[in-house]
Design a binder for this molecule. Structure first.
Ligand SMILES: Nc1ncnc2c1ncn2[C@@H]1O[C@H](COP(=O)(O)OP(=O)(O)OP(=O)(O)O)[C@@H](O)[C@H]1O
Ligand SMILES: [Mg+2]
Length: 223
């Protein structure tokens, strides 16, 4: 069982787009997947309502004390993805606590400020008492040849959060598919966007598995 959340206090950075499509990718791998819509705006639920069937279960749960209930629900699934809310500190904190991996989508244009953002701080606070929470910045809505340079990587590491290698470009297919109630794999299965989501999902899974191995080793050492 693993729980992955997409969080950033900032609006419109791609949390819902990535949540829906990463959930779709996990489901396509044959996993039983739950998507938790933790945003009162209900974008992920609206997406689901445009369809007759979804490739994964979608539940809406947007409250400050959602962590326990998410963990309980997640026990019946192999993977749970949480679509986090913007501008909702309490809910975001609950999402972090419930997570094995917190992905923070960031737009390259907002680079001057993200390293000191509230969400980054919240992840740090949560890690102080649940060390096993892993996290990573995900470059999202990257425009064409924007260079994600060394400076940005060092800013990320100063924030104590690694920058994932997978990058998500600004692509019409993401916006169109979401609006039409489709996953990127249904919309354009062989397109560049589908490849990006696959790469991102694989990288996140790798991080989660590393953590599982680490904590198993720690437990074995203690025993
Ligand atoms: N990589 C992308 N390429 C093109 N459009 C994108 C991309 N990511 C997101 N968008 C579009 O930008 C808008 C905001 O994206 P999305 O809803 O995923 O962000 P969000 O972080 O969930 O926003 P909110 O904070 O309001 O929940 C949507 O119209 C979406 O289609
Ligand atoms: Mg959203």
């Amino acid at each position: 069982m693993m729980i992955i959340s997409f969080l950033n206090q900032k609006g419109g950075v791609g949390k819902t787009t990535l949540s829906v499509n990463v959930a779709a990718r996990l489901a396509a791998q044959g996993q039983k997947v739950l998507l938790v819509d933790a945003d009162k705006q209900g974008s992920a639920s609206t997406w689901a309502s445009l369809r007759e069937e979804t490739p994964f279960q979608v539940v809406s749960m947007a409250r400050d004390n959602l962590a326990k209930d998410v963990l309980k629900l997640a026990a019946d699934y192999e993977a749970t993805v949480i679509d986090g809310p913007p501008h909702a500190e309490g809910i975001a904190r609950a999402c972090i606590i419930a997570s094995d991996f917190v992905a923070l989508p960031i737009e390259p244009s907002g680079l001057s400020t993200w390293a000191s953002d509230l969400t980054v701080r919240q992840v740090g606070e949560a890690q102080a008492f649940k060390e096993s929470i892993k996290c990573g910045f995900v470059v999202s809505r990257k425009i064409g040849n924007t260079v994600i340079g060394r400076e940005i990587r060092s800013m990320a590491s100063e924030a104590g959060i690694p920058l994932l290698n997978a990058e998500i470009e600004q692509r019409v297919a993401y916006a169109e598919s979401l609006t039409m109630g489709k996953t990127i794999f249904e919309w354009s299965p062989t397109g560049a966007a589908a490849k990006e989501i696959t790469t991102l999902t694989d990288e996140i899974i790798q991080h989660v598995q590393e953590e599982l191995r680490d904590s198993a080793a720690t437990q074995a050492a203690r025993a």
